[in-house]
Design a protein around this ligand. Sequence first.
Ligand SMILES: [Zn+2]
Length: 263
Amino acid sequence: MMSFLQVLAQWGPDASEVNDLSMRGFSSAMENPTTMLGIILLVVMGLLGTVVQKRLMSVMSKYSQVEAPVSGAETARRMLEQNGIHDVRVVSTKGKLTDHYNPADKTVNLSEVVYKCNTITAMAVAAHECGHAVQHATAYPWLRLRSSIVPMVNIGSRLGQVVFIAGLAMVGANGNTTVAWVGLALFACTSIFAFITLPVEFNASRRALKWLEESGLADGAMHDQAQTALKWAAMTYVSAALSSLAQLVYYAGIILSRAAKRR
Ligand SMILES: [Zn+2]
């Protein structure tokens, strides 16, 4: 499966602009401020993403050494129970960092380590996923909005690639940028989704931390450690949203520089 940039490099007009770091490609990018801004943003967001990922890994592994009173699975069962949710199952799922709540079959899926270990990391992750189950049960508006736009986002991102490449060809042929902008707007659906994900994630963590404290499972230092772990997990969503925005700026730059060359 080729990435979008590879497809663009192969089929898009003037591939040098897209990802060839030859002087010609680079200088043509330099001529257009939007492309230049896009490249800078992409680099900055790439670095930010790496830093956040590294920090998350180190925090998660540090707090998986700190013993907690109960396992992730037990945390999840208690939190669901105390929130009056009796129709959600807690199951163990294969892999690392595969923890998620599935609204379709009402299951809190915990990775093997989170499911069976009694550590701060396991407890924080399990409570966070139950936070999503509580959101679902109480029809939390941002979660409903996010679920409702999933089909549109799927179509938008797939159609966006084709429309954008066709649009670039059209800019080269007759200078008309309309189709290319439509392609970019379709891509923007993915960015909107990434930003709507933010309140959903922050809210799930807030519910998790509040419950951990109230239940007495994690208070004082343990609560702070759980909070740190969930904060860095949320930061990965922030950096993903900002990266998708940087990508939009970059693609806008490609359209603008292509149109400028035609003049
Ligand atoms: Zn989440």
